[in-house]
Design a binder for this molecule. Structure first.
Ligand SMILES: Nc1ncnc2c1ncn2[C@@H]1O[C@H](COP(=O)(O)OP(=O)(O)OP(=O)(O)O)[C@@H](O)[C@H]1O
Length: 255
């Protein structure tokens, strides 16, 4: 059974469509990165997948159930806006809000923190953590419901290169028993951890394997993208002239 099955989906917030004719199937235990230019519809696609938005037409099924559904445990970590971080709440209290009736010091909360490698953080204040640590707390919060599938929107925001590597290793580990879907701008981090790539630019294309090709990036971004990495397996695409070819944005990632 597919983890996600999208059929003939279209969506717009108002009159103008954001996504058109999307058909997409994602296997169980895949580790998928959704990439694409700003405003291309990545976050929108993710909100449709978790059932926070209703398609204008078409359907989204997660493990065979039409979303929104209570029959399948879905974890969702929205974009970290860093809002309300001075709110005097502890790590344990934050994680406990992931499931109704959970106590902040329960074994389930502690186990979730262990899984994201911050087992000692239970009584720390959320406001005194780094961006990367806070991200892990939010992931732990989504784990307490034991999701079969975990969605993360831009999980690498505010995280340094070493932190990103660690985060992706952790998610790769999770994907042995869970389906993982992330939205990212970090083409670099796609390196060897991600199993497949979904390119979103109003339309959607699925690519098995994380080997980004020039053709994939060109059709998504409308321009070539330079991928330059040092010390990791990489692919370098030719540079290009912005004045030609209607380029939307230039991505240059250097590690
Ligand atoms: N709540 C909303 N109401 C109206 N329009 C919206 C809303 N959210 C997003 N949009 C529009 O829908 C389009 C797609 O937005 P979305 O956030 O999905 O793109 P994205 O690919 O995630 O972009 P980014 O890389 O900048 O985060 C954009 O043109 C955006 O302005």
């Amino acid at each position: 059974m597919s983890a996600i099955d999208i059929k003939d989906l279209s969506f717009g917030y108002g009159k103008s469509p954001v996504l058109t004719d999307v058909n997409l199937s994602i296997d169980e235990n895949d580790f998928v990165a959704i990439i694409g230019p700003n405003g291309g519809g990545k976050s929108t696609l993710m909100r449709l997948m978790v059932g926070l938005l209703k398609p204008t037409s078409g359907t989204v099924r997660v493990f065979g159930e039409k979303v929104p559904t209570k029959k399948v445990a879905i974890g969702y970590v929205p974009q970290n806006t860093n809002k309300n971080i001075d709110f005097p709440i502890t790590v344990g209290e934050c994680v406990a809000t992931g499931k109704t009736g959970l106590s902040p010091k329960s074994d389930e909360v502690k186990a979730a923190l262990e899984r994201v490698h911050i087992g000692t953080f239970l009584d720390r204040r959320l406001g005194e953590l780094s961006g990367g640590e806070r991200q892990r707390v939010l992931i732990a919060r989504s784990l307490v419901c034991n999701p079969k599938i975990l969605f993360l929107d831009e999980p690498s925001n505010n995280i340094d290169v070493a932190g990103i590597e660690a985060l992706y290793s952790m998610l790769a580990e999770f994907s042995e028993t869970m389906t993982i879907v992330i939205v990212t701008h970090d083409l670099m981090a796609l390196s060897h951890k991600v199993k497949s790539v979904v390119c979103v630019n109003h339309s959607v294309h699925y690519h098995e394997g994380a080997n980004l090709t020039e053709e994939m990036l060109h059709s998504t971004y409308g321009c070539e993208v330079d991928l330059i990495a040092h010390g990791v397996p990489h692919r370098v695409l030719g540079s290009h002239d912005h004045t030609h070819g209607g380029c939307c944005e230039h991505h240059h990632h250097e590690v």
